[in-house]
Design a protein around this ligand. Structure first.
Ligand SMILES: [Zn+2]
Length: 492
């Protein structure tokens, strides 16, 4: 709000300043137009126009300086707009990047969730495997128990058998070898003896047999037990592996969950960042619009100032034009004042001409001769052909005319004196009387020898100067004539 008020004041001040510059200009223009009534131009009028021009120039320069200052403001305002626009674009790019990042994070979260589900499947499978392993272990343990019990039974049986065998042997020992022999002797016959012996031997053999088989079974059971123990060890190892695998998988699941949490945190952060960027974007848009508004206001002011500067420049040009016209008119008046009517030959006594006005061959080429050539020795004085004002003096001798000058005689008559030996001795604006010495004959510029190239301009167009000397007799190529009444067959 405050800023807008300040801006309005600045614009109003600028307009007031512009008006203060314009007002005197308008009044001077009005007075200038009112004073242009009479036909004659006076030196005072020219002086007045010159001071008006100086004033107009001062105003135009002041307006131009104001305009330049405003253009500086305009350029800075444009830079501010560009900067805000650039910041806006960068922020929008950041928003895009952040959106893509959030999208990518979302995909990663989905992937991680899928990984967690897969991991949970793996864990369930491993738990199932563990359960089976446990079952196998239980089964093996049961079988080991059974085998151990059986082995204990066998050991007991062997003990019992061994005891029985020992009892029998002790009995035999207690009864002594004689008893054994007595049994043999009690036998009624040899065959009975043989039978008795066999019975005893068989009983011994039988006992030995049982013991042998017990040992075999015991051995087998030991092997079975050892195998079972081996199986058990194996299963315990499997169980340990599976438990380790389960722990690893649970750790991996935890890691995945942590990763998911991290991704969700990252997403939240990025969403917050995006929010911040959106806010920043709105701020940059506001900044840019503000700068754009200021730019437009300054541009409007600039346009008004440019129009006024142009108006002042046009006004200055008008005054300049009026001054030029007045000066020309004044010069013309001055020249006419000097004009005595009849014309004076610039080289008295030199009437033999070398080239006339119009077409001629020069150096083998057709040339339209712009003046009349009068041969004369170098240094011969050149006289003004009529009173007037020197309207031009060459500043060097590099042109085809060499050193030369022009005299305005009023009524649109201008004479030109070319190929002078040195710089003409008159100066621009100098008033000369008819017959005054203005310079010296020479051969500077495009010249084939010392001569005066004498030229007439009538209302800006080249014309034959000899028409101004109707009563003077001229000579060329052995013939003579008066003025421009050239005899037939005279070749230039
Ligand atoms: Zn010439």
């Amino acid at each position: 709000m405050k800023k807008n008020v300040r801006r309005l004041i600045v614009i109003l001040l600028a307009l007031a300043m512009l008006f203060s510059i314009l007002l005197p200009a308008l009044s001077i223009l009005a007075s200038a137009s009112s004073s242009s009534g009479s036909d004659e131009v006076t030196e005072e009028e020219i002086d007045a126009l010159e001071s008006e021009l100086a004033e107009a120039q001062r105003r135009r320069i002041a307006a131009q300086q104001e305009l330049n200052a405003i253009r500086g403001d305009l350029s800075r305002a444009q830079q501010a707009v560009d900067l805000a626009q650039q910041q806006l674009l960068l922020t929008e790019q950041s928003i895009d990047t952040t959106k893509h990042l959030i999208q990518s994070l979302g995909i990663q979260i989905q992937q991680t969730k899928a990984d967690i589900v897969a991991k949970e499947g793996e864990i369930a499978q491993t738990q199932e495997d563990l359960k089976q392993t446990q079952n196998r272990l239980d089964n093996i343990t049961l079988r080991i128990d059974t085998a151990q019990r059986r082995l204990a039974e066998l050991v007991q049986q062997e003990k019992d058998q061994t005891q029985a065998y020992y009892d029998h042997v002790r009995w035999l020992e207690e009864t002594g070898p004689m008893t054994y022999i007595a049994i043999l002797l009690q036998s009624g016959s040899f065959s009975e003896l043989l039978d008795q012996t066999m019975v005893i031997g068989n009983a011994m053999n039988y006992t030995n047999d049982i013991l042998d088989r017990l040992e075999d079974t015991q051995m087998e059971m030991s092997i079975t037990e050892a195998n079972l123990e081996e199986d058990k060890e194996e299963q315990v190892e499997v169980q340990a592996q599976q438990e380790e695998q389960l722990a690893t998988e649970q750790q991996q699941k935890q890691d995945l969950e942590a990763q998911q949490k991290q991704l969700e945190t990252d997403t939240a952060n990025q969403q917050q960042y995006q929010k911040d960027l959106e806010a920043q974007r709105l701020q940059y848009i506001a900044d840019r619009d503000e700068a754009q508004k200021l730019l437009e206001e300054i541009a409007a002011t600039e346009s008004a100032y440019a129009q006024e500067a142009a108006a002042l420049a046009a006004e200055e040009a008008n005054i300049q034009q009026a001054l030029t016209t007045a000066e020309q008119k004044y010069q013309e008046q001055l020249a006419m004042l000097q004009n005595t009517g009849d014309w004076y030959w610039p080289l008295p006594g030199k009437y033999s001409l070398s080239s006339l006005f119009g077409g001629r061959y020069l150096f083998g080429y057709w040339d339209s001769h712009t003046g009349t050539d009068i041969p004369a020795p170098a240094g011969t004085e050149i006289h003004a052909a009529q009173g007037g004002v020197v309207s031009y003096v060459s500043s060097n001798y590099y042109s085809s005319y060499g050193w030369y000058c022009m005299i305005s005689h009023g009524n649109g008559y201008v004479t030109l004196y070319a190929h002078q030996r040195v710089k003409p001795i008159v100066t621009e604006g100098q008033v000369v009387n008819k017959g005054d010495v203005i310079g010296y004959v020479g051969t500077t510029g495009n010249s084939t020898g010392n001569h005066l190239h004498f030229e007439l301009r009538l209302n800006g167009t080249r014309a034959d100067i000899l028409q101004l000397f109707p009563n003077t007799t001229f000579y060329m190529n052995g013939v003579s004539w008066k003025g421009n009444q050239y005899p037939a067959g005279l070749s230039n």
